[in-house]
Ligand binder design. Sequence first.
Ligand SMILES: [Zn+2]
Length: 248
Amino acid sequence: MQKSVPNVPTHEEFFGLDDNVIDEEDFEANDEKDEKIKEMLVIMLALLQEFYIYHMYDDEYYFASEQFQEDIEKFNVDLKSNLEVLFNEYVEGLSNDYNLKWSIPIGVVALQFDLDELINNGIDSVTATLYADLKDKADFYKEVESGVFSPHSNFRRALKKLSNQIKVKGDYLNKKADRTYKEFVYGQEALFYWICSGINTCAWCYEIEAMSPLPLSMLPIDHINGRCKQEPVFPDEYSEEYLKVRGD
Ligand SMILES: [Zn+2]
């Protein structure tokens, strides 16, 4: 069932530019869980916007200074702690949805993710790039002593990187959660078909589809925004564990 999707602030709304960072079509193919990713994006981009607005009129001497380095380190910590809360909620939501879908009592299937590592890698790279871009640019401006320094385009780049990171990680968590539950419901040994969507399907996916069905543990995790499905060969054959908790 398709839910209505709230408007995500556009690039223009954030920075007064014409081009959107978030393309609506990025969300179209996926299910309603993406609404939570959208909310996450809005919150994270708002934090970045806040940081930008605070520093948008600072000159090259600020961006070349140790103060900027300190500020961006604090900002990095802030982004990560916020995202940790949001991703924890996201995983909890995934877990609830799957428990409901399969009538599994809460706590039976545990979704275990190393969220720290997942978040740190991505956000560190966003802020490190933002810092390096601005520092280089500021050093250059200090040298030539002409032109008007503006951090605008660098924040735009960070904005794109940040939204990309969240989408990639959300998509990954979603696919891993789906797999964890399918393995519980059908059993570790159950065979699965890899079924391509046929919409912009890549050669890699077609190759996997052409193979004999395999247990999920032997199939790769689909790539970002992948629309392929993994369907059990015997959809009515459930694992003993699952039948037990379902009370059959
Ligand atoms: Zn593919």
